[in-house]
Design a protein. Structure first.
Length: 638
């Protein structure tokens, strides 16, 4: 391994494989540092995992970290520029901040599906209680207590909620397997996602809570109804008090508002993700093969050894059939550049400690910009003469040039690295386009980007980029063989096309957008069913009134307008109420995923329009039935 003979001393159990934390790991080796690495306090690339002592809190650990950081900063001033210490729970350290924020946002949006379903449940219970009002009044007159009636109605609500929860668990088992098999960002086999005891208990509590919460209000309304009034009512038993009507109307307005929030939140993310994926990143994604080579082992301990290997590798790869151009860099422009540094400008006072500007520092070969398709704005690209023995040069991006040298050319200016005591001055020789990281929905650490010749700053790990004339995947094996011919102990990791790599990294967001689309559709259907039920019940209640109107000369169009007007008025109130929540969701989405394009008013209207159309159709069906009522039949029933 790495050119050395190693002895296997142990085998880890299968559950130790945890790709979300470790990544795809096949072997573990002792971590050792050479003397130079032990003295280097500028690179902060290690992950530190600790287990707290019994009775020792995370806050105490954080205090200890701050004390240690202050002592290190005092002893090693250059350490403070690049590094800091803090303690965080392990689950917060797995994944990026954008993913965690979006997970909470998605949980909130899917919660609106639950709320919409609960509103329908409450409306159903109100309708059933109204239709049974005479029966309930008789039972009250015969001595049944109101508490017992409320208990019966609550038990019915709980039964419906628990049956729905059981069905939900069955669907959750299927959805978990489907989702886990497609979460291939960390492991090509996917991730095992299965409901555990905590999830099942949470589902049980949700079912019980919704059954009690949304069954209590209808039961309470029925229990406080005047028994004498109910017994004097028509034998048809469809009497309904004003309080019950107001409750039903308030519930349907709330349901429409929840649906607006759900539709806009889901739709804005889905539309934003599509726009993000189709944005130009400032470099050509298609036709590009990427691979990662860690230069480890005894053959790559010095900068000269690394430079020599890069030169041989570049020459060997450029000879492969189907290769148009070759580039080697210190990282891939997919998720983010691997190195950030502080810098200062020549001729200006050094910035205050802790306020130094941060910049991405990427090492590249001269063919990098041509291979990736990054355009030159000013100056020149690197060439083969930019070696370790020549003056240090750098290329910056357009964003950095506009910010620090507005209205003038930065070519010929100089910037330095983070070492104040021994500054390394780099002359700017060119300005290139800004590039975007197409697999990162979070805002990058900095918008400023610099490029150094890899020969002047060799790195311990390198990325290979091949611009191909055909399908990039067809050159995967030739690339592996070419590397093996140079060094059979050097592996090639993450070898795939740029487009496939981006799709894989964004896979969990794409999967989330698919589920959000399903939830939004379900919420739309539930909201339409809810308003259909309310308007249908309204038609049943007002059958006698509609018959009288028709008998007195009202036109069927008037009846249609009357019923549709009631339904659309409730819909309008719900939409207006939901718009406030929709704008709030848009702001939360912007904070969670800053790189997703911002929505405009047209996007909001386009997302709300399907709900309005569904509500109109749901109102039109009972309105048409009301317009066809025979006044003679209606009056005879009265």
């Amino acid at each position: 391994m790495d050119g050395e003979t190693v002895t296997i001393i142990g085998v880890m159990p299968e559950p130790f494989e945890y790709p979300q934390l470790w990544g795809p790991v096949d072997a573990l080796r002792p971590l050792a540092f050479d003397p130079g690495e032990r003295q280097n306090r500028r690179d902060c690339w290690l992950d530190v995992i600790a287990r707290l002592k019994d009775g020792f809190s995370l806050a105490q650990a954080e205090t200890g970290m701050k004390t240690l950081a202050a002592r290190l900063a005092k002893t090693y001033p250059e350490w403070e520029v690049n590094c800091s210490l803090r303690a965080a729970p392990l689950h917060e350290s797995i994944g990026d901040e954008a993913s965690r924020r979006f997970a909470w946002l998605m949980l909130g949006l899917t919660g609106f599906v639950l709320l919409i379903a609960c509103v329908n449940l409450a409306n159903l219970q109100v309708a059933r209680a109204a239709s049974r009002s005479r029966e309930l009044a008789v039972r009250l007159a015969l001595g049944t207590s109101r508490a017992r009636l409320m208990g019966q109605l609550l038990v019915e609500s709980l039964l419906i909620a628990l049956l729905g929860g059981a069905l939900g668990i069955v669907l959750a088992n299927w959805a978990s397997g489907y989702m886990g098999s497609r979460l291939t960002r960390w492991s090509p086999r996917g991730v095992e996602v299965a409901p555990d005891t905590q999830v099942l208990l949470f589902a049980l509590l949700c079912s019980i809570g919704t059954g009690v919460l949304f069954g209590l209000a209808p039961a309470w309304l029925v229990s406080r109804t005047n028994t004498n009034d109910l017994l004097k009512a028509s034998s048809r038993g469809a009497t309904t008090g004003g309080a019950q009507n107001r409750l039903r109307y308030a519930l349907i307005v709330g349901e429409i508002a929840f649906a607006v929030i759900l539709l806009t939140g889901s739709g804005l993310f889905i539309r934003g993700l599509k726009q993000f994926v189709h944005q130009e990143p400032g470099w050509r994604v298609d036709g590009l093969l990427l691979g990662w080579l860690p230069q480890s082992g005894r053959n790559y301990t010095t900068p000269e050894q690394r430079r020599f290997f890069v030169e041989r590798l570049e020459e060997r790869l450029s000879q492969l059939p189907g290769v148009k151009s070759v580039a080697i860099s210190s990282s891939m422009p997919i998720w983010s550049f691997g190195t950030t540094r502080w810098f200062s400008l020549e001729g200006q006072p050094p910035p205050e400690r802790g306020r130094e500007p941060l910049v991405f520092a990427e090492g590249v070969t001269p063919g990098y910009f041509d291979t990736l398709g990054i355009r030159l704005r000013e100056g020149s690209f690197f060439n083969s003469m930019d070696t370790a023995n020549r003056p240090d040069v750098v290329i910056i991006n357009e964003q950095m040039a506009r910010h620090f040298w507005p209205g003038e050319s930065p070519v010929g200016k100089r910037i330095s690295g983070p070492d104040r005591n021994n500054p390394q001055w780099l002359e700017i020789v060119g300005v290139v386009d800004n590039i975007r990281f197409p697999a990162n929905l979070a805002r990058p650490e900095t918008l400023w980007q610099t490029y150094r010749p890899l020969a002047q700053e060799p790195r311990p790990a390198i990325a290979v980029e091949l611009r191909t004339t055909g399908l990039p995947e067809t050159l995967a094996e030739p690339l592996r063989r070419a590397v093996a011919e140079l060094d059979p102990d050097l592996p090639v990791n993450e070898l795939e096309s740029a487009s496939h790599m981006i799709e894989r990294i964004l896979g969990h967001f794409t999967l989330a957008s698919l589920f959000l689309g399903w939830f939004a559709t379900l919420g739309l259907v539930l909201a339409a069913l809810g308003i259909y039920g309310v308007i249908s019940y309204l038609v049943v209640q007002r059958t006698g009134e509609i018959g009288i109107r028709l008998a007195l000369g009202a036109q069927r169009l008037d009846v249609l307008r009357l019923i549709l007007g009631k339904g659309m008025l409730l819909t309008a109130f719900g939409v207006l109420l939901g718009l406030g929540g929709a704008f709030g969701i848009a702001r939360l989405l912007a904070a969670a995923l800053p790189e997703v394009p911002r929505p405009n008013l047209d996007a909001f209207l386009a997302l709300i329009l399907p709900l309005i159309m569904a509500a109109l159709f749901a109102c039109w069906l009972p309105a048409r039935r009301a317009a066809k009522i025979d006044p003679i039949v209606a009056l005879r029933n009265e």
